[in-house]
Design a protein. Structure first.
Length: 276
């Protein structure tokens, strides 16, 4: 199916993109386009205009500053995957990026686009929650920083307001932390039926689940049971009944009960990978 008619604009800077957003009611930002364009072809989205931000240099790059890693929202999945800085300080994100799509998607799609789209089966949201990352949102009225735990509101719903754009992701540098991402993918789409991200420190664990519900969630029950004891026996005990099936979704690929079972299985796998 063809898309409805729309205007096309290419932004040259963040401020240019914000001005174009303000001037075009119903416009959408276009980065990689691998989620938006298929939605438009299915008439699930019919923006009046597309504002192409793929060439905005301010949105690209990965750097370390003041105890955190700053990732531009326009940074591609491939850049995340192959970043030496992330590989050294935050290997969870390259591990998640390695599961995203295929080489074409990874080379064109962006982390900011994926997060703003908030697909409940996407790979990054669980990592954002486990890392306790922050997301910087900018509008014509100023900027604000939203914690990842407050960013994802539901299926394709986020804290972003009209006229805002995601410009940066801030990830704390967690010295000595062990991290991993384990996923049970759908065999055709490769989206997560269940994906679990873990960040393990001497002070405790952060465990987050994606793919199983309307949005990514922290498995706080598992975290509390784990404490900082990552022995095999304690991990097995802590991940039994990891999540209430009533919080999850079921479909023809996996029931809510099966997803709840898989949440425990893949939490154990992720912890085993992190501690190997």
């Amino acid at each position: 199916m063809y898309t409805t008619d729309f205007d096309y604009h290419r932004a040259t800077s963040i401020q240019d993109a914000l001005s174009l957003l303000a001037a075009n009611d119903g416009a959408k930002l276009l980065a990689g386009g691998h989620s938006l364009v298929p939605s438009m072809k299915l008439r699930l989205a019919s923006p009046s205009a597309l504002i192409d931000i793929s060439q905005v240099k301010e949105l690209q790059g990965i750097r370390q500053e003041q105890g955190k890693i700053v990732i531009g929202a326009g940074t591609t999945h491939a850049e995340i995957l192959h970043s030496d800085l992330l590989g050294q300080l935050c290997p969870l994100l390259p591990a998640a990026a390695d599961w995203v799509g295929d080489p074409m998607v990874r080379n064109c799609g962006t982390i900011g686009g994926a997060l703003a789209h908030a697909d409940p089966a996407a790979d990054y949201p669980a990592s954002m929650l486990a890392l306790e990352a922050d997301l910087k949102l900018v509008s014509k009225d100023g900027e604000r920083v939203v914690a990842a735990r407050d960013f994802f509101h539901g299926m394709f719903e986020t804290a972003m307001q009209e006229g805002e754009m995601l410009t940066e992701i801030h990830v704390p540098v967690l010295q000595g932390a062990k991290m991993a991402y384990a996923k049970f993918p759908h065999p055709a789409s490769h989206y997560a039926i269940v994906g679990v991200a873990v960040v393990l420190t001497d002070g405790g664990a952060k465990v987050a689940l994606t793919g199983a519900g309307a949005k990514a969630i922290r498995l706080e029950k598992v975290e509390a049971a784990l404490g900082s004891d990552y022995s095999e026996a304690n991990v097995k005990r802590a991940t039994e009944n990891a999540v209430d099936p009533g919080l999850l979704l079921g479909d023809r690929f996996a029931s809510a009960e099966y997803r709840a079972h898989l949440a425990g299985v893949f939490a154990r796998r992720a912890i085993a990978q992190a501690t190997a």
